[in-house]
Design a protein around this ligand. Structure first.
Ligand code: MTE
Ligand code: HPA
Ligand code: MOS
Length: 769
């Protein structure tokens, strides 16, 4: 693939994922493929078998005596601090000591010569508990007066209208399920001890810097003794933003204790039992609206199942509130979060980071109004869209300045033939057929930036070697989203050289320090700008040097097509670099970037938490079998805004993948805990993720090619990782419409998510009653 990359050109459309061939031929190196030094040991976790209890005795003699076992680690064996909480709250012990707070909580690790021996030995523990009553979900937690895991957030503006002050008023409740990340590659950490305090950890983490600091904390050593490396992940989806801390810590402690390389890799069941998932929510809402369907006020309470520790539940529940308006202006509003502690696994980041749970509440409110007034939901949506010059202030007091939704929705309505197809669906549903149809068009507006403002920074280390080849290292991690490809495109474009002159190396805390998690969809925005800064520094040095060397004006030195033009001379890029090296020009640079304009005051609930918004919309048409609740998604049309795309191939892949993953969340993926508090859906046998056959039969995905970020982002692009995850809310709503057709749309179907065939059948029965 020898070619010059010009981002402003169509050429970029064809740049596929830099590891695509390696992925499909099986030679891409994942953590478990790294060669193991002789004597490598394997760790496995021993976990709690009750949901809540005081530990009265721990007898690990059976474990220690098991074949192949080298030793066991409990809290007493942690040289530093027994904590791996990502926010510094110190509420997440690595190993439980006197108390366990969920079924599956790690109590010890066993280290053996083989993974199989460690796994078998872990089952031989004899732990006794004094069982305490437990709470599994958010509703139960509120009833039992369980604490919040972190301070709730309130967003407020104006006055809530109640009773006679409102033309219409509706109250309701929506329950939205959680979701397991189901990354293809599970959690893994592989630690190799070095001299003195040193340890190197290879891991599949979205957040190498945090893993580094956690390993230092549990070992009681400075961060400079710890290196964390990540070449790539087999998917993260937020599940590896904080959850890898545990595994890195265990591998590192064991590696230092026995002075051997130690690997830890839970099997899928343990991975699902002990690592956090998407938060499920119980949302109570009160909406007032006028005869035209325009919202007058919204009062919403967002209670989330956070699990036993805070983890990232604070920022996740905050982001739910930030998205509880979705695309709509609420003149009067009060939104509150209830981040509830429960005796379940500690829930964590998952694509959208609470945003989807907020957006679906806004869409339910629209449905309530539309069904109450007997109107098309699209008409009610339009009536409530944020305005261009007025009606544009969010509940958190940020003004929406870049609203491209009206255009997106108009174009999609037209290109998908929404109106004529909707008429056909309504007509079909009058035929009394067993198969009922539904159609819906839903929009998305998603805020881009970490709401923890300080996370919005990034670094890059760029080396040009004296043969002209380039080594690119930035703080982001590659999890399949194509981040490395995009950053390499930025560098290739800056120097106007071939894409494959650039070597993308593993992410390592040795090269770029204090990085943020690759999360909040900001990987390209942040690291792309840091890379550009590094390129600009080197180009400036090269141009200064060449101007002096050839005694020529700076403007006459141009980087073009693998060459440098110096006046009329054309010099090959590699030759130019060799000459610069000989003349002692520094050929490497460290780039840095921090997002401008953003600020957030959580106490006041005011500020500009987001640099900009990404937008999109989708239409789904579905068919539901009203005798069984089974359904098919017949057609989906998407129009999504990625600003000026850096790479339409990768961006379309992100939109398609996010859509199907979001469909899974809303239709088939269901987490179930039994009364004892044990997660029963801990393998793909009982937890149904979408299959290739679940992809919409007709799936038309388009990027809004005219769009351009009005803010100065990298090449005016927009983040794409998370926003399209919310597009499939149209599938959910279309299913509801098919069900409501049974009573001639007389009532809002009020489906809870996920809309499994079982739940649809229950809704159908409710309609018949
Ligand atoms: N795409 C793939 N293939 N694999 C992933 O794990 N994670 C998603 C999204 N797309 C993910 C993905 C999530 S949760 C985020 S926040 C972004 O990618 C992170 O990467 P970015 O910031 O570079 O877009
Ligand atoms: N998004 C994703 N991950 C995060 C965030 C966020 O806003 N804040 C902290 N981690
Ligand atoms: Mo994504 S949930 O911000 O890792």
């Amino acid at each position: 693939m020898k070619r010059t990359i010009d981002i402003q050109d169509d050429v970029r459309a064809g740049v596929y994922h830099d590891s695509a061939v390696k992925h499909v031929t099986g030679v891409a190196e994942y953590c478990d493929d790294i060669g193991e030094p002789a004597g490598t040991l394997h760790a496995y976790l021993g976990t709690s078998k009750v949901a809540h209890g005081i530990i009265t005795s721990v007898d690990l003699s059976g474990v220690a005596k098991a074949p192949g076992v080298v030793g066991v680690l409990t809290a007493k064996d942690i040289p530093g601090v027994n904590d791996v909480s990502p926010t510094g709250k110190k509420d997440e012990p690595l190993f439980a000591t006197d108390k366990v707070e969920f079924w599956g909580q790690p109590i010890f690790a066993v280290v053996a010569q083989s993974r199989d021996e460690a796994r078998r030995a872990a089952e031989l523990a004899n732990v006794e508990y004094e069982v305490i009553s437990h709470v599994i979900d958010a509703s139960g937690a509120m009833k039992a007066n369980y604490p919040h895991v972190t301070d709730p957030l309130k967003l407020e503006r104006g006055n809530i209208l109640k009773g006679q002050n409102a033309e219409h008023q509706i109250s309701g409740q929506l329950r939205v399920g959680g979701q397991d990340h189901m990354y293809l590659e599970g959690h893994i950490a592989f630690a190799i001890p070095g001299e003195d305090e040193d340890v190197v950890v290879h891991s599949s983490t979205q957040h190498p810097s945090e893993a580094q600091h956690m390993v230092a904390q549990v070992l009681g050593i400075p961060s400079n003794a710890v290196v964390v490396n990540v070449r790539r992940m087999g998917g993260g989806f937020g599940g590896k933003e904080s959850q890898m801390n545990l595994f890195c810590a265990v591998a590192a402690i064991a590696a230092k204790r026995w002075n051997q390389a130690v690997k830890i890799r839970p099997d899928r069941d343990q991975d699902m039992e002990i690592t956090g998932k998407r938060h499920d929510f119980v949302i109570d809402y009160d909406v007032a609206f006028d005869n035209f369907g325009q919202i007058q006020s919204v009062d919403g309470q967002f209670a989330a199942r956070c699990g036993w520790s805070s983890d990232l539940s604070g920022p996740v529940t905050d982001r739910a509130l930030f998205h509880a308006d979705n695309a709509y202006y609420y003149p009067n509003v009060r939104l509150t979060s209830r981040p509830m502690k429960t005796n379940t696994v500690s829930n964590t980041a998952f694509r959208g980071f609470g945003g989807p749970q907020g957006v679906i509440a806004a869409e339910r409110i629209i449905e309530e109004i539309a069904y109450a007034l007997g109107k098309d939901t699209l008409e009610i949506r339009r009536a409530n869209f944020y305005g261009q010059n007025d009606r544009n202030m969010t509940p958190y007091h940020q003004t929406v300045e870049d609203n491209v939704l009206p255009r997106i929705v108009d174009e999609l309505e037209e290109s998908s033939h929404y109106q004529s197809r909707r008429r056909a669906v309504l007509e079909h549903n009058t035929q009394n057929s067993i198969i009922r149809k539904g159609i819906a068009l839903t929009p998305v507006k998603f805020g881009i930036s970490f709401t923890a403002t300080w996370y919005n920074q990034a670094g890059c280390l760029l080396h040009i070697y004296n043969d002209g080849s380039i080594m690119l290292n930035h703080g982001g991690t590659e999890m399949g989203q194509g981040l490395n490809t995009k950053i390499a495109q930025v560098v290739a474009d800056a120097f106007q050289i071939d894409f494959d002159c650039i070597k993308i190396t593993k992410t390592t805390t040795e090269k770029v320090p204090n990085t943020s998690a690759t999360a909040a969809s900001s990987g390209t925005d942040l690291n792309g700008m840091a890379a550009l800064d590094a390129c600009d520094q080197i180009k400036e040095r090269l141009t200064d040097w060449a101007a002096g060397h050839w005694e020529i004006a700076h403007e006459d030195i141009l980087f073009l097509e693998n060459t440098v033009r110096v006046g009329v001379q054309v010099i090959a890029f590699s030759e130019f670099i060799r000459m610069a090296y000989k003349d002692r020009v520094q050929l490497w640079a460290a780039g840095f970037y921090k997002t401008p304009k953003i600020n957030w005051n959580r106490e006041k609930g005011e500020g500009r938490p987001f640099y900009y918004f990404a937008y999109g919309a989708a239409v789904a048409e579905v068919s539901v079998d009203t005798l069984t609740g089974e359904y098919s998604v017949d057609r989906v049309d998407v129009l999504h805004d990625v600003g000026k795309s850096l790479n339409p191939t990768l961006d379309k892949g992100q939109v398609e993948g996010a859509f199907v993953q979001g469909m899974g969340w809303l239709t088939s993926e269901e987490l179930y805990w039994n009364d004892a508090g044990r997660l029963m859906t801990h393998a793909p046998s009982t937890y149904k993720i979408p299959l290739a056959s679940d992809v919409p039969r007709e799936f038309n995905v388009k990027l809004a090619e005219w769009s351009e970020n009005r803010e100065l982002t990298i090449k005016r692009s927009k983040a794409v990782g998370e926003p399209p995850f919310m597009l499939p809310i149209c599938v959910f709503e279309a299913l509801g419409m098919a069900v409501a057709s049974l009573i001639d749309y007389a009532e809002c179907p009020r489906l809870d998510a996920p809309a499994t065939p079982e739940r649809l059948l229950m809704a159908i029965e409710r309609m018949h009653r």
